[in-house]
Design a protein around this ligand. Structure first.
Ligand SMILES: O=c1[nH]c(=O)c2[nH]c(=O)[nH]c2[nH]1
Length: 291
């Protein structure tokens, strides 16, 4: 006879699209967020018998997101996520944990005659600022980040010295384009943090390190970017980076009698190398749960 039990579970509303407009006289401020909530706790009954008396409906979770956005300014995504997470865990005995994920979509003010418009905006690049707040009983921690920060350098990148087996065709190079779309998530130690200032500094450090590191592999660049963040930003315990290698292959123009001196490339979109790694502070507190 087989035996089994209910394993770890969570439930919530995924991807609540929340847009707020704050008015300061004629000037409007726009916030565009995607908020996901997930709750954990004493939820065996709904799974085993369909008794929903412990279930804070996902519809209620969604409504709470909208109501919180009205009751107080949303402010920084980390603070908003902490408020929501604490509300569910502190407000319902059976809910012992919450995960609140927020992505912030950027909008830029349209300029008219070089002046920023009061209430007209253009969607920025696909880059998004992100946060993931985990509440577990009295404890909570914040993992913030960014996704889809697309960067490219036209030189200062080499790749050679790898094993050459019978399947290897990649030519070694001492000068190639290096391009990637950075997804980074960093775990903060503590929550008494100036979130936006920290975010902007971490983003700056990653960009400067990408530009300035003479790359022998994207792996080396990844580690250097993470290390630069940990060296300067003591509020960060650990950073995880995911970087697709956006290959730019030199086009063979010899059939046309043309030389290609690193000028004409084919930007291939797939398959792509995917490099992932973390840089961890040696004495960082262990969060105890996956993040
Ligand atoms: O920076 C790189 N790292 C690799 O592991 C790799 N593999 C590959 O084919 N090209 C590259 N480039």
């Amino acid at each position: 006879m087989s035996s089994f039990h209910l394993g770890p579970n969570q439930y919530g509303k995924a991807e609540v699209r929340l847009v707020t407009v704050t008015r300061e006289g004629d000037t409007h401020h726009l916030k565009d967020l995607t908020v996901s909530t997930a709750l954990r706790g004493a939820l065996e009954d709904t799974h085993l018998t369909g008794d929903n008396s412990a279930v804070v409906a996902t519809d209620t979770q969604k409504n709470t997101v909208f109501a919180f956005a009205k009751e107080a300014p949303v402010g920084e995504i980390e603070d908003f996520a902490l408020r929501l997470g604490r509300h569910f865990v502190d407000g319902f005995d059976q809910i012992t944990g919450a995960r609140i994920l927020i992505d912030e979509h950027g909008w830029e003010r349209i300029h008219v005659n070089r002046h920023p418009h009061h209430h007209a905006f253009a969607r920025g690049s696909g880059e998004r600022r992100t946060t993931a707040v985990t509440v577990d009983g009295d404890r909570h921690w914040v993992v913030s980040g960014l996704t889809d920060l697309v960067v490219l350098k036209t030189t200062g990148s080499e790749f050679h010295g790898y094993p050459n087996d019978k399947y290897t065709t990649l030519p070694e190079t001492t000068d190639r384009i290096l391009a990637t779309a950075v997804t980074a998530r960093w775990r903060y130690q503590g929550t008494d943090i100036e979130w936006t200032k920290s975010f902007l500094e971490i983003r700056r450090l990653m960009l400067e390190t990408f530009a300035e590191t003479h790359s022998l592999s994207l792996q080396q660049t990844l580690y250097a970017m993470g290390a630069a963040v940990l060296a300067e930003r003591h509020e960060v315990a650990e950073i995880r980076l995911s970087m697709p290698n956006k290959h730019h292959f030199l086009v063979d123009l010899s059939p046309f009698g043309l030389a290609n001196d690193n000028e004409v490339f084919h930007a291939a979109d797939r398959p792509y190398g995917l490099l992932e790694g973390s840089v961890v502070r040696d004495d960082a507190p262990d969060p105890g749960l996956a993040w």
